[in-house]
Ligand binder design. Sequence first.
Ligand code: GLC
Length: 552
Amino acid sequence: MAAEWYHDAVFYELYIRAYQDSNGDGQGDFRGAIQRLDHIKSLGVDCIWVMPHYASPLLDDGYDIADYTAVHPDYGTLNDFKAFLDAAHARGLKVITDLVMNHTSDQHPWFQAARKDPQSPYRNYYVWSDTGTEYADARIIFLDIESSNWTYDPVAGQYFWHRFFSSQPDLNYDNPKVHEEMFNIIRFWLDMGIDGFRVDAIPYLYEREGTNCENLPETHEFLKGMRRMVEEEYPGTLLVAEANQWPEDLLPYFGTRAEPEFPMCFHFPIMPRLYQSLKAQDKRPIVDIWARTPDLAHAPDIPPGAQWMTFLRNHDELTLEMVTPDVRQWMWEQYAPEPQMRLNLGIRRRLAPLLDRDKQKWFLLNAMFLSLPGTPIVYYGDEIGMGDNIWLPDRHGCRTPMQWDDSRNSGFSTAQETYFPVHQEYGEINVAVQEKDPKSFLNLMRFLLKTRQGQLALRRGDFEFVETGLDADSTTAVLAYRRFINPRSVNEHQSVLCLFNLSDRAQKVTMGKDEGTRSWIDLLHPHTKPWHSLNADLGPRAAHWLVEITTH
Ligand code: GLC
């Protein structure tokens, strides 16, 4: 298996506006973020994904771009961006940025020119209709806000197509000029020295009548061409696909050996199932979705180096698009009892409050997340168990200022007023307080990441489920799998047995035959005694990463 750097990496999702304000205007900026890079580094992170930092009217928090080659003035200048990039690189941190290709802001000069003049060469940069009735089979994504994917523009005298907000007209990928523009934008940022892109909303680039306008062959053709260009001109660039799709529809985004697309794709379907399994105390949702997920290292026509990216939370609502309607309803009842906790097909809450701030559940969930195959990404603030503010609109409740200490505005800003209020819990929940507590979320996160990173098998190993025994309860309540480099190897760093009791009651597992002299140490509880048998009682919600040791 080809192991690229991103197979061994931990990622961190950074929202510049929320991180550190350096000039007292109440908005985080690149100069501020530079001051906080040591915190990111201290977590054991290798690569930062910077959320959109471009000039934008911010009607979708920067995912509505008005100028692809300018930094949003709130965040600083191109020079500030470059200084941030250099400072990250100096610490051995890579940086990828968001590439929003599907749409622009309606404030983008292309759209402004297009709507004013049907003869303008920019008219054909967007998708127009006289009736707004085409592509009726395409679903509406922001369905709490939008009622159609078409909006009438009185200036243009036509309807324009948009998969997201009506302030985000979709670009027309049937126009080769659009490809050229995008390629030049990619070149601009790669020339500056970034390490790659998280590519936004890629299933929706093309529209075709009679389809749901997702994952179309034309879209894959374009993406293959994009990868070809990037590989030829900037070899080794990382491209991460944001395609919120079922495993079988995700797979084509890796491309084929002959024509690769993305080296890494977010694994959307596993994410809600981790929460579902935890709440239901039942491993089957996780087991079922992995059964539908091909093993990338051994899949026949997947390009070498293909890797999943896994996550527990991000800047959007916790999406329930990839579960059945029944499960979605159940998840809403369990995790989002208040109406203002729900948005579109998801849950607009942060990690710690979703788990009722229960550290044991948090540890268990993270121990599963960090031992499953895939490169993990941590959302800013979740490393300290930051809370959400469900009274803020849209997805902003999960995007409040980072909580550094208990000083004014949590050490984030000296301004009178910040872009959104700092969470009221910042006096108790902040980095400074947690630095001092060895059992804080922060230090547990560092411990988990370090422990994971110390095991080759957890970073790159193969994966197989392990039977937990015949006890009726434990067959569904205890999740067990092995990550291993070489099936026959007993070398201690080559295989990790991961055991999770999802239930709130003790469970007996009978996984051993006659172990004889074998013993295991538990990486997650390094100060406990070694195990001498795999026939064991697991405590409620216990998590173990077991590594065999040689005894004499
Ligand atoms: C992606 C982003 C989301 C944004 C949308 C439209 O899903 O994660 O925040 O609103 O694309 O660009």
